[in-house]
Structure formats: C-alpha cells, structure tokens
Design a protein around this ligand. Sequence first.
Ligand code: FCX
Length: 440
Amino acid sequence: ITTLQETLAAQVPGKQAKLAALKKEHGSKVIGKVTIDQLIGGARGVKCMLWETSNLDAEEGIRFRGLTIPECQQVLPTYSGKAGDGEPLLESLIWLLLTSEVPTKEQVDTLTAELHERSSKLPSHVVPLLNSLPKDMHPMTQFSIGLNAAQTASSFAKAYADGVPKNEYHLYALEDILNVFAVIPEIAATIYRNVYFDGVVTKDQSLDYSGNFCRMLGYNNPSFDELMRLYLCIHTDHEGGNASAHTTHLVGSTLSDPYLSYAAGLNALAGPLHGLANQEVLKWIQALQEKFEKEGKEVNADTITEFAWETLNAKKVIPGYGHAVLRKTDPRYTCQREFGLKHMPDDPLFKIVETIYQVMPGILTEHGKVANPYPNVDSHSGVLLWHYGFTQYQYYTVLFGVSRAVGGLCQLYWDRALGLPLERPKSHTPEWLESFAKNN
Ligand code: FCX
C-alpha cells in the first residue's frame, strides 16, 4: 500500500507547477474589491488567502476537499472498517485533508499505527510542567503552554537552524505536524485528568486515535468513542479565514515551526467569539435552568424566550448562534443533532437544545441585528458530551483544539510545500481613510 508520505511526495511537484502557472498566466486578474466597511469590519468577505483543505459556502456549510459532512460519513473508513457504518475515523480525515484522496482502511490503519508510535515523541519535560500548573488555570491556557513546551522536539526548527534549503521545508514540517497530532491527546488528557481527577492517564493503543483519546480522558464507552470520532472530524477545518486557522497560517508564514504556529492558533480558539463559545453555551443553559428552577417554572419555549431576551437586552451574545460566513444552520450542528436523535433522544438537556433551536432563530431575527440567526457548531457539542457525564464544560474548547490542529496543520503542510510567502497585508490609518474618502 502507498503510505501518506509517498502519496504526498507524488503530489507536490505537480501542485507546485500548477500554482506557479496560475500565478504566471493569471496573476494580475482582479478577484474582488475592498470597501472601507470591510477594512473596518474585520475583513469579512475579503478574498486574500489560499486554502487547500476545505471550503465554506455561506448556504451549504463546509466541504472537506470537496466532500460535505454527510458525504464524508458515507465514504470515509470507520472503526468497523465499513464506510457508512459508524462515524469516520479522524485518521481518515487527516488523510483526506492532506492528500485530497479518500484512503482505504489499510492506509488509515497504517496512519493510526504511525501516530501511536509517534506519541512517544512528547518531550519528557511536558507532563511534569503540566502537573505543576495551578488547577484553576483555564484548560486552554494549559493546552497552549503544553504545546509550546513540546516545541523543543521540532524537526523543522532544527532543520532551519541547520540551513536546510527552502524546497525541503515541507518534509520537516510534515514530521512536526504528524508528531503534533500524535502528542496532543496526551497533553489534552493530562490537563483533564489533572484539573478534575487524579492526574492518571491510561492509554489503549489497540484502538484508533479517538478511541485511545477517550481512554486517556477516562471514558470507556463505545458510544462515547463514536461521539468523539464525529466530534474530532467535524471540528477539524472551516476554510482559512476563521481565527484559529488563520492565526496558524499567519504565524507559520514567518517560518515559525508547526508547534509554535498551532499553539498560536489555540490562543485564538480560546476566545469566546470563537471556540470558547462551546463552553459558553453550556454556561448559558445552566444559568437558564438555575433561574427557572428557583422561580419554580418549567424550561420551555416561553421561558427560553424570556431568558434569551434578558441576554440580548443586557447587550450580551447568545452563544452558539450566528456566524461570520454561514447564513444557514451549520451542517456541523445538524450532524450532531442527528447523533443526538440516534443516541439520546430522551435526554432532558438534548430536548432543551431542541427547544432553543425552535425559538432562537425567530428571536434573533426579531432582534434585527444578526446576519445569521441560526445555530453554529458550538451550540450542540457540549450537550452531547454532557450526556456521557463529560460535564466539565470549562474544558470543552480543548477538545475543539485537539481537532482544529488537523485542519490548521494539514494546510500548513501545503503552505510550506507550495512555498507560500510571509503574510503581510496592508493597513491604513484613519487619517488616510478620511482623506481617501474625501477625494473619491
Ligand atoms: N447574539 C447576539 N448578538 C449577535 C449574535 C448572537 N449570537 N451574533 C451576532 N450578533 C450581533 C453582533 O455582535 C453584531 O452586533 P454589533 O453590531 O452591536 O457589533 C451584529 O449582531 C452583527 O454581527 P454579525 O455580522 O451577525 O456577526 P459577526 O460576523 O460580526 O460575528 C460571531 C460572528 C460568530 C462572532 C457572532 O455571531 C457571535 O458573537 N456569536 C456568538 C458566539 C459564537 O457562537 N461563536 C462561535 C462561532 C463559531 F462557530 C466558532 O468559531 O466556533
């Protein structure tokens, strides 16, 4: 069978040539304009990044290398070995995002084995460092510290210091990227076990990446393993402009190595308007339940509506709703909802999320401000975890971070393989804009 490295090696020259030809023949073609609104407003819709691994359509949602989430569920190898029978393996998605090819089960199995083997590359100082951190430090801060500390193992940084030529950067980047995938479950699980339990992490490398990660976290339930597979697959990538992916790409463009680049991405993911929204959703639902329990009222469409307006009138956001690009219900929400319908239709919290989904788009539309009144990925993920007893919601964004490494770093491989340059957009002062506006 063809390995991941062989598959990529065969693709690189052709892709490099294609991009060079595109630049040479069409480099001066105009693909958009930028308004003052966009410049002030967070660059929404400004086309200025190359992104290989996925594309986001405002109506349809994400496609990974051209495949929608339901299509991935149909064609990618699963734990049972049969495509369509259960959730895709994260290793399948790594293969797809890196190579744009749907792997065979045998290929996926070789990648699983390789990642398990590479997990021993976690430098020996990282776990003691994590053990020394205060338990009340946010798990995302700990995650970022852990990954930064693991950077001492970077092959890319060493190769660069040794003067390796530019056309070989991607070989060392790939080494680091696979090692980051391999070691982050242990960093993440150590944080979970330290903050909430006894600090002991138990592996089972006879399982796949996600199953082993569940054991490391302390969960031993095949249905939870399936949830983790789904969870880790759908959070991987969301095209290039989202804050965590963009940060990884930007920092990587300075030739910072993949460890440092993705640690920076994690810091972006830790913001409440981005990945932290998944913890905020649970916090919001808990506050809602607490309030109405005290008042002796039921949680239903009416009380949820009342609570939503209180949030909006206090000038706070409804976590898990809205999106910078999407204008319909996020398919990452939909597939989690389907998982809930299949595995926990009678769960009380699942039912609350369902009721929120019935009323919130109407409320946000009436509020009149949001461009997208529909739920995003973060609106559903916490409730599914909660069902399995994973109630430590301050930790939820770490799981997102384990997954987002895959999208950010598969792209970073191609950034280096295609020789993409330092990213450096142009900024303008308000005075320049005022003077431009006066004269135009
Ligand atoms: N609740 C209340 N107000 C909201 C809102 C929400 N869920 N979503 C957007 N708005 C407000 C904005 O705050 C903005 O108000 P302003 O004019 O007073 O500044 C206005 O509506 C227009 O914003 P809009 O264009 O719709 O959205 P943006 O592209 O600026 O922002 C995010 C997109 C995702 C940041 C925004 O919808 C939000 O804050 N949502 C809640 C947090 C969340 O769920 N984030 C996770 C997103 C994602 F899936 C992920 O990255 O994980």
